[in-house]
Design a binder for this molecule. Structure first.
Ligand SMILES: NC(=O)C1=CN([C@@H]2O[C@H](COP(=O)(O)OP(=O)(O)OC[C@H]3O[C@@H](n4cnc5c(N)ncnc54)[C@H](OP(=O)(O)O)[C@@H]3O)[C@@H](O)[C@H]2O)[C@H](O)CC1
Ligand code: K
Length: 489
């Protein structure tokens, strides 16, 4: 059974795997399998045309020589443009020896008349910024297919080192890399295919992948059914303020649609602003202290719709009462003045702008920055964006790619807090609740976009949440051992 079906392998982990595999199977054989997978993916998608395979000095280039050989065998017009000959004794040398066709020098003239460029220059061995001459070569042919990664994109972080050219198709192996899902890498990969190259199971021994692909099966939603009652489904309490009641109501509505048994807004003096809203919502106008005594009200959402000043009036009391707090929006603005104000919250959901205000500039890996921040705060970090990262202080990291740009609308974040809060209130472990909440929110966004011509507003996002929950429950029944992340792309 293939292990870690939802793992995303960093280049370092992939190297460790190749190393362990080499005790059982020659790397040249894996390279042969990789080349086959790429050649087949090309044949499936493109008409026969004139191809240049641009090969770098390492194993990525080695895969390229195999692709060249196979496409030529199938009757395509193929040339290799080589950055340099692979070193004798290396697996790529074996692959290069199997190529009997033309090898042209590494210069633009070698690409004249070419319809499709196969980028086999750098893959997971990219170490430093790509130089101008390499970038210019790759840019000379507009239609490109990348082996493993578009050259210049970091497999670990998705960052561009120097320069990188976008591709129509990227074929990777075994499991994808984080850089395939983290921007800007994600946008440069085009269609992503992850091929099985018959990696032996022994290659996984000693490896515990750090990063996962966020998908049902990584977590399981609480099952509802007979014997359910509202307190078992969970109570979600949302702090309400006087200035932006809309945001608080969006969080509350999302909580109800996700399946919370009971949702209450602790509105204090602003109760009138909420009373004309949804009839199923309970509005509390009592002082917060008396509400905190209710032990069934464990999970509190604090921040959506609140000014930092309003947060300062409620958050310390929630933390002193040892409530499970999900902090967003106004709470993050208040915490940005002094991070210790957020110590004790269970999870935070900043977008990148809020994140920087809380933890300073992000240089390098965003997954690492999210993890370090989670550890500093001792809370689960949901770093929101097109490629949301969910990190737990114990080291678990997930990257979510199940989303749509339609979610980039005001109020979308408030909805997300309601979803996550509900799953926490239903008893899910915090990191899993955050991962699941982000996925459900993405699924609801996809459905709402479909139902509203691609342009839903925040008020449309809560409606599909019930359906999204059913979809996730169904998907999590799939046998992932037979259906690893490759099949989900
Ligand atoms: N398990 C798998 O997924 C398998 C993947 N395969 C393929 O192997 C590559 C990784 O191969 P590797 O040899 O480790 O690395 P690369 O080919 O990507 O690149 C290494 C060489 O490139 C030089 N380098 C790196 N960055 C630059 C740069 N910016 N400018 C110039 N040269 C650069 C590096 O030089 P050093 O001086 O740093 O040593 C190396 O010479 C993976 O991507 C897959 O395609 C296997 O075929 C099968 C198993
Ligand atoms: K490449």
């Amino acid at each position: 059974m293939p292990p870690y079906p939802l793992a995303l392998l960093t280049p370092e982990e992939s190297d460790m795997m190749d190393h362990a595999a080499s005790a059982v199977v020659p790397v040249a054989q894996l390279m042969e399998n990789a080349g086959w997978a790429v050649a087949r993916a090309i044949r499936k998608r493109f008409q026969k045309c004139r191809v240049a395979v641009v090969c770098g000095p390492g194993n990525n280039g080695g895969d390229g020589y195999v692709v060249a050989r196979l496409l030529a065998r199938w009757g395509w017009s193929v040339r290799v443009v080589a950055m340099g000959a692979p070193k004798e004794g290396r697996p790529a040398f074996v692959a290069a020896s199997g190529w009997g066709g033309p090898v042209l020098p590494f210069e633009k003239a070698s690409l004249e008349g070419i319809d499709l460029l196969v980028d086999a220059v750098f893959g997971s061995g990219l170490k430093r910024p790509v130089s101008d001459d390499v970038a210019e070569m790759l840019a000379a042919v507009p239609r490109r297919v990348a082996i493993d990664m578009p050259s210049g994109v970091s497999g670990e972080t998705g960052e561009v080192l120097g320069q990188a050219q976008g591709c129509a198709l990227t074929v990777t192996f075994v499991r994808p890399r984080p850089g395939h899902f983290l921007e800007p890498g994600r946008g440069l990969c085009g269609e992503l295919v992850c091929a099985d190259i018959a990696m032996p199971e022994q290659a996984w021994s000693g490896l515990t992948p750090k990063i996962s692909f966020n998908w049902p099966g990584l977590w399981e939603l609480p099952v509802s059914g007979e014997g359910d009652y509202k307190y078992r489904r969970g109570v979600v309490s949302v702090c309400g303020g006087a200035v932006m009641p809309g945001a608080t109501r969006l969080a509350a509505r999302a909580a109800r649609r996700t399946g919370a048994g009971l949702v209450r807004i602790a509105a204090r003096k602003a109760a009138e602003a909420y009373r004309l809203g949804d009839p199923g919502l309970i509005i509390d106008d009592q002082p917060l202290g008396s509400l905190l005594e209710d032990l069934r009200r464990k999970v509190w959402i604090c921040g959506p719709g609140l000014t930092p000043e309003e947060v300062s009036e409620v958050l310390p009391a929630l933390l002193a009462a040892k409530k499970t707090v999900l902090a967003d929006a106004g709470a993050l603005a208040w915490g940005a003045e002094d991070l210790s104000r957020l110590k004790g919250v269970a999870a935070v959901t900043p977008h990148i702008g809020e994140f920087k205000k809380l933890f300073g500039p992000v240089t390098g890996s965003r997954t690492e920055a999210a993890l370090n921040a989670a550890r500093e705060l001792n809370a689960v970090m949901v770093m929101k964006g097109a490629d949301t990262i969910i990190a737990a202080p114990d080291g678990r990291i997930a990257i979510n790619a199940h989303a749509t740009s339609a979610l980039a609308t005001a109020g979308s974040g408030d909805t997300l807090t309601g979803v996550i809060g509900t799953l926490m209130a239903a008893g899910m472990e915090t990191w899993e609740a955050c991962c699941a909440g982000v996925w459900l929110h993405g699924e609801a966004g996809i459905q709402a976009a479909r139902d509203h011509g691609g342009w839903p507003v925040a008020e449309d996002l809560d409606l599909p949440l019930g359906e999204a929950r059913s979809v996730a429950t169904e998907l999590s029944k799939a046998d992932l051992s037979k259906n690893p992340v490759a099949a989900l792309l």
